[in-house]
Design a protein. Sequence first.
Lengths: 325, 336, 280
Amino acid sequence: MIPVLSVRGLKVSIRTDEGKAEILDDIGLTLERGRILGVVGESGCGKSTLIRSIMGILPRAATVEAGEIWFEGENLLAFSEAELNDGVRSSRIGFIPQDPLLALNPVFKVGTQMLEIMRWHAPPDGLRGAARRRAHVDRLVGLLKRMQVPDPETALERYPHQFSGGQRQRLLIAAALACAPGLVIADEPTTALDVTTQHQILLLLRELVAEFGISLLFVTHDFGVVAELCDDLCVIYAGQTVEAGQVRAILDAPSHPYTRALLACHPDRATTFIGIPGTVPSPLARPPGCLFAPRCSEARALCRTGRPPQGRAGSGAEVRCVQFA
Amino acid sequence: MLRFVVRRCLLVLPSLLGLLVITFLLIRVVPSDPAMAMAGDAATPEQIERLRQQYGLDRPIWEQFVSYAGKVATLDLGESAFSRRPVAVDIAQRLPATLTLTFCALAISVFVGVPLGVVAGLSHNAWPDYLLRVFSVMGIAVAAFWFAIMLQLLFSMELGWLPLRGELSPTIQRPPRVTGFMVADALIAGRLDVAADALRHLVLPAVTLSLGGLATIVRFTRAGVLDTMQQDFVFYERAMGYRRWRLNWIYVLRNSVTATVTQIGLLFGGLIAGGVVVEAIFDWPGIGSYTVQAILTGDRQVMLAVTLLIGVVYAAVNILTDLVHGVLDPRLMERG
Amino acid sequence: MSPILRKLSRDLPAMLGLAIVLFVLVIAIFGPMLAPYPEDAAASHLTRRLRPPSAAFPFGTDNLGRDIFSRVILGARGALSIALTVVSTAMLIGVPLGLIAGYRGGWLSEGIMRVTDVVLAIPQLILALALAQLMSPSLESAMLALSLTYWPYFTRIVYAETRRLSSSLFVDALRGIGAGSGRIVFLHILPNALSPVIVRATIGLGFTILVAAVLGFLGMGATPPAPDWGLAIAESRTYLPRAWWYATFPGLAILITVMGFNLLGDGLRDIVDPRIRRSR
């Protein structure tokens, strides 16, 4: 059974005023069908660039230097813009953005925006014209009911600013599912919400994954969310995958020093407010050797000279550290 | 919506009242002999005396102002020293020509300017963008009267493609006046050749008048588009596979034009001022040339009536602009 | 000063504007020394009327045989002096009014701002024409009329800045140590409000040159034989299309000069108010 999404050795750089920034430097992840993969990393680790690379919306100044993105057996990097826009976005890969207020166009009704998506990407149903539109509206109303958006029939006629944050996020989840994609990418969808709403949305997502039979790629910086929602986990540091495996296994027995440090800082586990000493290396000047070595308490001389190989830990996770090679 | 309009109208009243006061002061108080000032430079002593009594210039200032305000309210704007007719009648007769010119110029500025601005914004820093930026900088630096003369030189005198001046060729018979709008009257009278001639006469004046506005609209639309493209919802719309053409020309455009709409409202001032010059150069029989004529003959009643008229029009345009803003961005309507 | 110049130097159009403005300034100051025929400010040479552009007369000659190139150069002085007079007068009226209105509040403030609204309710050209007409047409009355119609732009800006600053913390602190109102306004608030005023002044210079040219064209400004650019274009009309050079070059001079001020003003605005990102 091939995985829905498999990223191998992805390297992406961006031309900036100060030089070439290597945002992604060997990213690898695997999302199996019907499962939820959490992608965890600090701000600036390259999570957004990863998402943009998968969806094919990189800025003009960015270049994919190397790597492959296999989606249901096809390499997305080989797709043209037209192929991506017509055949992949929304119809096969859905997207849930981070900030529901900023993501929606403020001057158009919510219904107009969602129907625009359906118009071009809804699965063919043999209908045309007004009948087709009616069918789309019905499907959307049905989805909104399932998302527990209040007054689903009239919701489509309202403007984004007339909904609360949590309601808007539900709208966006409905939009992501509207065209029945097999894969949904969620970009920190709960970051802009309060804790209670966050919990509700996570529950909802879990139910939807099972109900609609989708695979979910969930990007976040919060381990707590990962623990609650995800099946598998992938930890990113400075543009590299440092640990990947099953959530329970990794949380019980984290292997990579960075993962361990992150978990130790998490409010659920730490009693005092601690951080990880040092800062993330700038993408303009990556050090030779292991990127985490300058901040790693277990670093040896070997760590600073050569790039660490991928190894396997006792928990079954893939780890990029000499200790597990 | 109605409440919105009413509230805006009320807010603008003090300014108009102030304008009324100022024009009153200018015509009655500033000149040492208001009657002589009103009669114009070519009046006889009898005419001056008649005016003095007619306007009650021997009464106290307060009474004069009230009667002046009353007259204005009933559209009695005095009499033109030059044409010897009520100013209100002159204005009514000349208004259609100015309206035609103004709206044509506005239409050109908007319907050519907005798409060009979008093109410039979308091709940020590529050659169409640079070309359009140079154009918009030059467009507002150009003296309208000079541009008019250059156009006349090229298209009228050298190439002979377009007529030099006027609303209609002197050899053509004018259609009977129904609406006052030349093209409409020609069509109503079934005279297509006259309508065509009128349209040909419209080209150079309208293009001249539209230049400043065109440059401004290109500039602001471009800026609006660039700002909009940075916003998150554009990224979202791309991620959700919106068709590029629709994304740019429907969804981005709507968000980009708020600043442009403000500019269109402000443009009116330029159109009115520019209209004076353009009408003078092209012998266009509208309010602009009426104003210039009044200036040259010292016809003060006319000048001040025109000033008042322009103030009112400007205020009305501002209210209209606010209204359009509210329609374009529903969030503004709620805040009122 | 120098961080401003450094930021400005990265902005190509603004540097071009600065270059143009300096160029025009030099021409205005040294005009009579630079013009090949400085006497053509007034003299006439009827034997060489309406000659097309040539090596001897790069812009051709006008209907009185005067070298247009020289007259364009000499006209720069008039244009700039009118613009500087008008704008500085407008500033002298408008800035203090804005300070008073912004700082004092109450009756006086409302009154000043209402008058500002009324004056701004009319396009400047119309009002200037009306005023100039009432004062009997001449260059001086034109300049006065232009000043009297331009000051509200400064008042509005200064009013907004003063309002904003007078409720800020540092003004409270100053009042706390007993500084008098006058001191606060002139030594502390005014310098902070100066930047947008300078931007507006720069653009105002360009705009005034344009409006003054229109007034000159309509016969409400400079009078013959002054080498005024607007006046030259007006004079040229009767000799078209034959003497195309007569109308073209003075107009180009106006275009380039105004463009220079606009570009410079835009560049200054980008520095002064980066919040309103002009999206370069």
